[in-house]
Design a protein around this ligand. Structure first.
Ligand SMILES: [Zn+2]
Ligand SMILES: [Zn+2]
Ligand SMILES: [Zn+2]
Ligand SMILES: [Zn+2]
Length: 277
């Protein structure tokens, strides 16, 4: 029967604790809703049992909490019991070396541990102790640190984004400048090319015009000679030939100079593109 109770209590805690059922009445096979929870007794209590619990000598010092409030505690906290889960006996000591609470039976496995302390002494006024205050302060500081770091990183994130936009704009502007420069270079080169072309064309056309004039002159002379040959006297022919010879000699010199230089005077336009561009 005792064994059953122990196992039953253990089983109840591990599987599911039914805070809504009065533990005292449940032992008497009566199901009643609990209104408060007593951590010392590890039980829920109905209205009736609560009143009894509050005046009974063994339990009147026990602090109780409304079930509705108690259920709001974190699960990890709710799973902490007054009693050792292995032996179902009340915790009495605390081993600092293993950081674990011990019941009378647990102590056997802490034989070599020198730092066993009375657990009641440790937990007395814990909520108003300096240790608890410092614990709260530390948590606050950690949260503040996290917030500060987060703020800094967020600012950093924004500044990186802004800087990137700036650099991107700069790259695009540079590209525009290069384009503009190349456009201007192209325009200048084409203008220069047209100027050179026009200059050389003018020279050649001027020469062609004078050549045409010479050709016409000489054709005229040829016609004269043909008529002299037929109708002039020998003296007339001789003297006219002398005159024409002088003129022709000048003309011939001019033609010769053009012929000699003709191959050299071939106008070629070329362009050297700077490779470094
Ligand atoms: Zn009850
Ligand atoms: Zn109690
Ligand atoms: Zn134990
Ligand atoms: Zn220990």
């Amino acid at each position: 029967m005792i064994k059953y109770d122990k196992e039953h209590a253990f089983y109840r805690r591990i599987m599911a604790i039914n805070w809504n059922i009065c533990g005292v009445c449940e032992n008497l096979q009566i199901t009643k809703n609990s209104v408060v929870w007593c951590s010392e007794c590890d039980k829920g209590l109905c209205e009736e049992c609560k009143n009894h619990h509050a005046v009974s000598k063994a339990s009147k010092s026990h602090e109780t909490v409304f079930i509705s409030e108690y259920k709001k505690l974190p699960t990890e906290v709710l799973q902490i019991s007054q009693n050792c889960k292995l032996h179902n006996e009340k915790y009495e000591l605390f081993c600092r070396k293993h950081e674990s609470p011990c019941c009378k039976k647990c102590v056997k496995s802490h034989n070599d541990c020198k730092s066993l302390t009375d657990i009641d002494e440790l937990i007395k006024d814990i909520k108003t102790s300096n240790t608890f205050y410092e614990f709260e302060q530390t948590l606050m500081e950690v949260v503040e640190n996290i917030k500060r770091i987060s703020t800094n990183r967020n600012i950093n994130l924004m500044s990186i984004e802004n800087k990137n936009r700036e650099i991107e704009a700069e790259i695009k502007q540079t590209r525009k400048n290069v384009n503009h420069h190349l456009d201007k270079l192209q325009d200048d080169l084409i203008t220069e090319l047209l100027r050179v072309e026009q200059k050389e064309k003018n020279k050649i056309e001027k020469l062609l015009t004078s050549l045409k004039m010479k050709e016409k002159e000489i054709t005229g002379v040829q016609e004269n000679i043909a008529s002299i040959k037929q109708h002039a006297s020998e003296l007339q022919t001789f003297l006219t030939m002398k005159d024409i010879e002088k003129d022709i000699a000048d003309e011939d010199k001019f033609i010769q100079s053009i012929t000699t230089n003709d191959s050299k005077n071939q106008v070629k336009i070329s362009c050297q593109i700077n490779k470094s561009l």
